[in-house]
Each structure stands twice: as C-alpha cells, then as structure tokens.
Design a protein around this ligand. Structure first.
Ligand code: HEM
Length: 176
C-alpha cells in the first residue's frame, strides 16, 4: 500500500489547516481579547465549536488509521528514524486530544456552556486567570506548535533532502 485511504488523506489536510489556524488565532486573537469585549462571547463560540470539531475529527482519524491497513515505512532500514516518526505521530494525536479536553474542562469550570451556547445572558467572568486547566491548555498550545513545526520540517526533509516522495502518501491517487 503506497498511500493512505482518501478518507484519511482528507482528514489529514482538514486537521492540518484547522489546527494551525486555531493555534494562531487562539494565541494571537482570543487570548488578547479582554472578557469585557462585547465580541468575546462570539469569538469563544467559534473557538470552542471548531475546537470540539477538531477533537471529533482527530479521534475519528486515529480510530480509522488504527483499523486500516498499515503503510510500510518508505525506508525499512531506517529503524531509528521510523521509531521517531511513530512517536512523533502518536504525540501529535495525544497533544491535540489533551488540548481539546483541557479546553472543554476549562470552559465547563468557567460556566461557558450556558453563556456561550445557550444565551443565558450572564456576563463572562472578569478573567480566566484562576482556571487551572487553562494553564494546561496554554502550555499544550506551545508543545503542539513545536510538534507541528517538527512534523512539517521532517516531512520537508524526507521529501526534498532524502527525495522519498513522502507527500504522495498523504495525497489522492492509485494506492497500489
Ligand atoms: C485542538 C483544538 C484547540 C486548539 C488548537 C486551541 C488553541 C488555543 C490557544 C492557542 C489558546 C490561547 C492560549 C494562550 O492564552 O496563550 C486557547 C485559549 C482558549 N481555548 Fe482553546 N484550543 C482548542 C480547543 C478548545 C476547546 C475544545 C475549548 C472549549 C470547548 C477551548 C477553550 C478555550 C478557552 C476558554 C480559551 C481561553 C481564551 C482566553 O484566554 O480568553 N479550546 N485555545
């Protein structure tokens, strides 16, 4: 098998764009907005909805990938590199899932469900500073940025330095 199933390819690229965008928007826009800003509830609604969507798609991809035929490594002799690659991929799944779960727990503690999704009319808490799981959400966002950067650099190294045509594995076409 030379390529991932088209369903896995599609999920890979949707998740790649969504996760990169959410890391950038979360740290540059959302966290900079004071809770007193009238637009904050709407921004949180979008952030939380897409964040939950990312969780659902990531778990779906993990389950489908574990149950579908495994791709053989491009270079079966590169055992250390193949091990590192497997660890890196599992770390990506784990951190994205933890990122979403820590966001959901933080939102629950701050009572955001009723305010953001069910229009309770209550004001947002003055600050989110005292919500412990949000510290995990922030730390994990930095870890995830590093993992994504490592993933992209490794893919470019395989594609252009080792000339292993790795990108075709996450693109559409003949799978045999
Ligand atoms: C993989 C999915 C997600 C990513 C990549 C992501 C990313 C981020 C980032 C980068 C921040 C800013 C952290 C900082 O202060 O530096 C943030 C803040 C936040 N996120 Fe997420 N997030 C995700 C999922 C979620 C989910 C599912 C929820 C809740 C349902 C959530 C709720 C929040 C909240 C409440 C904040 C605080 C906003 C503020 O400081 O004003 N996130 N997120």
């Amino acid at each position: 098998m030379k390529r991932y199933h088209p369903f896995l390819v599609t999920l890979h690229w949707i998740l790649a764009v969504a996760i990169a965008a959410w890391l950038l928007m979360g740290s540059n826009i959302l966290s900079e907005m004071p809770n007193s800003d009238p637009e904050k509830i709407n921004s949180l609604k979008v952030h939380m909805s897409v964040g939950i969507g990312i969780l659902v798609l990531m778990v779906t991809r993990l389950v489908v990938r574990l149950r579908s035929t495994k791709l053989t490594p491009v270079n079966t002799n590169a055992t250390t590199m193949n091990k590192l690659s497997a660890i890196g991929h599992y770390a990506l799944y784990t951190v994205v899932i933890l990122m979403s779960v820590s966001g959901i727990v933080s939102a629950q503690i701050a009572g955001l469900g009723d305010i953001v999704f069910f229009g309770s009319g209550a004001a947002l808490p003055e600050t989110f500073d005292n919500i412990a799981p949000l510290v995990a959400h922030q730390v994990l966002s930095t870890v995830l940025m590093l993992l994504v950067a490592g993933h992209v650099l490794a893919a470019l190294y395989h594609q252009f330095a080792l000339k292993e045509k790795l990108f075709s594995r996450v693109w559409y076409g003949n799978r045999q």
